[in-house]
Design a protein around this ligand. Sequence first.
Ligand code: C5P
Ligand code: C5P
Ligand code: C5P
Ligand code: ZN
Length: 478
Amino acid sequence: MSADGVTESSGPVPEMSDHAADCAARLRDADRVLLASHIDADGLTSAAIASSALERAGIPFETVFSKQLDKEEVASIAATEYETVLFTDFGSGQLDIIADHEAAGDFTPVIADHHQPADADTEFHLNPLRFGIDGASELSGAGASYVLARALEDEDGANRDLAALAVVGAVGDMQNSQGGLHGANAGIVADGVEAGVLEETTDLVIYGRQTRPLPKFLEYASDVRIPGISNDQNGAIEFLSDLDLDLKADGEWRRWVDLSMTERKTVVSALMRRAIASGVPADRIDDLVGTTYSLLAEKEGTELRDVSEFSTLLNATARYERADVGLAVCLGDRDDALEQARTLLRNHRRNLSEGLQWVKNEGVTVEENVQWFDAGTRIRETIVGIIAGMAVGASGIRGDIPILAFAEKSAEEVKVSARGSHVLVRKGLDLSVVMREASRAVGGDGGGHSVAAGATIPAGTREEFVAEADRIVGEQLG
Ligand code: C5P
Ligand code: C5P
Ligand code: C5P
Ligand code: ZN
């Protein structure tokens, strides 16, 4: 209820509305704001949503990005002239450090994040976990930023168009299960659909519906492996050629988006028949079809039209020190920035596939409760987590225990990424605790989500770290 007794709209996530209003009011009180965000798809979309909302509210701001918000990074933020700092998609895990700076009078923090909070608190802290909402699967950093943006809008519903970016962030953080985005995310999807910027459909959940020519589309589908098609270029071409469809136009293979509904149905049925005939288990076959999201304002056949391809495009910029390019794309640049992002994407894709191949060739070391590999300098530390996630359950790599992935950060520091599964989380696995405690035991620090977390540790402490992590995982699952 507002002062004049009129019931205000409850916003996309009612549980968070009141606190979002307090955070928005604090931002409106600021002369100017330093916006600090994380360098992945969720962090970029968080920054784009927050900066659009600040801009529309007439609040001056500047945006900075950081790979990892550690003591040094927070100190450099504190050293700026800004008295108000808005942290998006990080900040909660570093609350202890941030609270110290706040107490010292360096700045007032406003945080829109979804990571496990460190042991401290602050007044303006918009995190779904504080409202009984799961930060790993029900709301992302972009989602929390969207809730804040809705609280900042001048006119009811004026920022609803930003729901499109919030959905890209959620999908970038892998919050879409086969049944689609759920929990608080569902409220954001509804906003986007109502605003006319988002479409939710049931479709093949293979990566590349918008941009990949059909044979590549099927060949690269790796989540559900179909013998004779997945990872088999000739097999994929043969499968498509045997269908009674005209799948080429002007001699070029068409893409999934180019097909009519009837044509798509024909391909899906044939794929399913092939999968059944090759002995793919029924529940895996069901996984071929699921909920997908498209951005209606974007051109068909572009990376931006499909939410999942959009998020990969963003990772391809920010994880290679070009967050500026990704942010510009989010903010609507469809010329130079998009061209640059596409070049970065080609490089990112090559790195992902080479990295995954390297892991498959080298294999992993299996301990009692975890498995691990150390990529050294072979895989960039900013993408070793994505590759670890793609590797779990791939040929020769177990899917029933968590994976730890190491990569060299510098001569002094090593990056660790950890990935588990929802089945393990239900049994008690919490990788954010594993990463925080095991890294602190060897003089590093870390955190994240129960299903996916990370840490930085001093060079030379890997063995001790693995032993510590192995022990904690054993306790959690024991
Ligand atoms: O920092 P942030 O929250 O954005 O990163 C989340 C990371 O966790 C992403 O790299 C995402 O791919 C990963 N993740 C995962 N499996 C899940 C949920 C998240 O690998 N089920
Ligand atoms: O890069 P990002 O984490 O957004 O990728 C999400 C998922 O998309 C990956 O886990 C992978 O399965 C798929 N992907 C792919 N081919 C690419 C990039 C991503 O299959 N070139
Ligand atoms: O870097 P990576 O993709 O492995 O990160 C997985 C999750 O762990 C992300 O949510 C990230 O923000 C978090 N993380 C963290 N502290 C670190 C490294 C990663 O909280 N030192
Ligand atoms: Zn996030």
